[in-house]
Design a protein around this ligand. Structure first.
Ligand SMILES: [Zn+2]
Length: 325
């Protein structure tokens, strides 16, 4: 990563009336309150907000920004405080988030829990402007929470803090984002987690209690999840539950009442969740005590084998290309 060696820090913003900033839009453009470096050498404008930054820093991190004057709509001869003005076709909020992430590691630290509202614009614009390390960091956070391997899925439950700030409807937003940016590796897990929601929520969305905004799956994702549901349930029977029947068959010489109760209890546990699937539940150490040693030797590996098989089928349930996970 290279933010170059100049170590500039944000200067205290001085408000001016910006009367020299006459631009084509009706309203007078605003100066960003967070990204305005007094020693910056270029001014970017998105919607009605301007950002004063350093051309060298942008160029060092992004080949697209390196050729800055050839993108967007350069304001012709227009200068802002002696800096060339470049107009970009991004939302001001998205660009501000990207620039803050580029300049300030405290603002976007992938080692800490990050809100999706920060990850999304970073991912979207780092892809567009080819800022590879920010793209990798943002995608890495999403992959931690929506892994593309069963190992990653299991590790997710061992983390003490989530990679992404949780809220109801997070999986809907991630599934929609994965479609928007064609992030195929996130889709199987994200769609599966959508499918674990109540049907009502899948169909009608989830209302944010604070903003009353309704978070909904895109029509495409909604359709795929609804069509995937019976497939997942069917395969749950063949993966999460079939091992029970096979185990019972294989261990029928075991006359222990404990094991009979164990098989029955496990069967009830997995079936009682329907129409939700428990097929990816990790084996619990509490279940060890439900069986005699011999039965456990048969049952536990069978369970893991079936669970792994279920995972590999996830893309199939949602009509996606098979993954290597
Ligand atoms: Zn037994």
């Amino acid at each position: 990563m290279a933010l170059n060696g100049s170590n500039e820090r944000p200067t205290t913003r001085t408000r001016t009336d910006g009367s020299e900033d006459e631009h084509s839009s009706n309203a007078e453009p605003n100066r960003s309150s967070t990204v305005w470096y007094q020693d910056g050498s270029i001014v970017l404008q998105a919607a009605n907000t301007r950002f004063r930054v350093h051309h060298t820093i942008l160029a060092k991190n992004s080949p697209i920004f390196g050729d800055m004057m050839s993108i967007g709509e350069p304001g012709g001869d227009e200068n802002v405080e002696g800096c060339p003005l470049v107009v970009l076709h991004d939302s001001a909020e998205d660009l501000e988030t990207l620039l803050r992430a580029l300049y300030d590691r405290q603002y976007f630290d992938p080692r800490k829990t990050q809100p999706l509202s920060v990850i999304t614009p970073i991912l979207r614009l780092s892809k567009k402007y080819e800022i590879q390390y920010l793209y990798d960091d943002a995608l890495g956070i999403l992959t931690t929470e929506y892994p593309d391997t069963l190992k990653g899925w299991d590790e997710k439950f061992q983390r003490s803090v989530p990679a992404i700030t949780r809220y109801a409807g997070l999986s809907f937003d991630v599934a929609n984002l994965a479609r928007e940016l064609d992030l195929q590796s996130l889709l199987p897990c994200a769609l599966y987690r959508c499918l674990l929601q109540d049907l009502e929520r899948i169909l009608d969305g989830i209302t944010d209690p604070e903003t009353s905004h309704v978070l909904k799956l895109s029509p495409h994702n909604q359709r795929v999840v609804m069509l995937g549901l019976p497939k997942v349930m069917c395969w749950s029977m063949n993966t999460a539950c079939m091992w029970i029947g096979e185990g019972m068959q294989e261990m029928k010489q075991c006359n222990s009442k404990k094991c009979k109760r164990g098989f029955k209890g496990m069967s009830d546990y997995f079936r009682s969740a329907f129409p939700r699937s428990r097929a990816l539940h990790r084996w619990s150490s509490k279940w060890d005590h439900k069986f005699c040693e011999k039965c456990l030797e048969v049952v536990k590996p069978r369970y893991e084998e079936r669970r792994a098989h279920f995972w590999t089928q996830l893309p199939v349930y949602f009509d996606l290309a098979p993954s290597d996970g």
